[in-house]
Design a protein around this ligand. Structure first.
Ligand SMILES: [Zn+2]
Ligand SMILES: [Zn+2]
Length: 279
């Protein structure tokens, strides 16, 4: 039995939901922040550049890409370079042919400061942080095979969840990525299409579910709003945290059914029990 059959349990409680802030709370919070500038979101130390980024320079520099060996197809980080000696250098999931996307890449491991930053983004809705983290995807984007002229689309939240949160973290990441590509004149025909994928059914959170339960949980959950937008195109799906790839596979299945030629997946972080978060 491989590790992917084990139950995947991460430190966030299974049904954790941040309370939705009321307008009044947000307004008050905004005023409070203007009068008493808050510290770094990750280490709480006072920020040297008030009004600038909400993560201090030291914490930001602690967010690093994964540069070690990884699965050729889904980007799963390997603990040793020896895994790459095999003929196809694929992980267990990809060997079993369980992934519906063509290729997936991730920026870094879901540990340390990257994990903390994603949790801040997910539960506190930091727009600027979303754009800044999305910009990190630029390099991983270029590591995808032939990403030129691709349609970039985020993994959507269910409309009820989006309303509750007031934002969609993958949407912010996708915008951050496209902004970065545009700023550096590297767009090469890439288009952002935010509403391309729709989540047509609400699901229980994937946290705490086994790999097969995850797959079952998201089966048939996504649909494509405008199939003509993706037909015969390369689509890059943006996700915050990839674990087994079940969500991205479900997105890819819907896109391919709608006629997409290729589906590439890009996640900010990859969670794997082989690289647990040390806190
Ligand atoms: Zn800090
Ligand atoms: Zn793989």
């Amino acid at each position: 039995m491989g590790w992917w059959k084990a139950r995947l349990v991460f430190p966030l409680p299974a049904h954790y939901q941040a309370p939705a802030p009321s307008l009044l709370q947000e307004l008050f919070g905004g005023l409070f922040a203007a009068v008493f500038p808050s510290g770094c979101l990750l280490c709480q130390q006072e920020l040297a550049e008030p009004g600038g980024a909400s993560i201090c320079r030291a914490c930001w520099e602690g967010i690093q890409p994964w540069v070690g060996p990884s699965c050729e197809r889904c980007g799963l980080p390997f603990t040793t370079w020896r895994a790459l000696d095999s003929v196809d250098s694929l992980c267990g999931f990809c060997r079993q042919g369980e992934q519906e996307f063509d290729v997936a890449r991730n920026y870094g491991l879901y540990v340390g400061n990257l994990r903390k930053a994603i949790l801040q983004l997910k539960f506190r809705g930091r727009e600027r942080l979303g754009y800044r983290l999305g910009a990190l995807l630029g390099r991983a984007f270029e590591a995808l095979p032939e990403p030129d002229s691709a349609i970039v689309t985020p993994v959507p939240l269910h409309p009820s969840r989006r309303r509750q949160r007031g934002f969609d973290q993958a949407e912010l990441l996708a915008r951050g990525l496209v902004r970065r590509l545009r700023k550096e004149d590297r767009l090469h025909g890439v288009q952002l299409a935010e509403g391309s994928l729709r989540r047509i059914r609400a699901t229980v959170p994937q946290v705490g579910l086994s790999a097969s339960e995850r797959r079952e949980n998201v089966r048939g959950v996504f649909s494509v709003g405008r199939p003509e937008q993706v037909r015969n195109r390369t689509v890059v799906v943006i996700h915050d945290v990839m674990t087994t790839g079940a969500t991205l596979s479900a997105c890819a299945a819907a896109l391919k059914q709608a006629g997409a030629a290729r589906v590439l997946a890009l996640s900010l972080a990859r969670a794997t029990p082989q690289f647990p978060d040390s806190g």
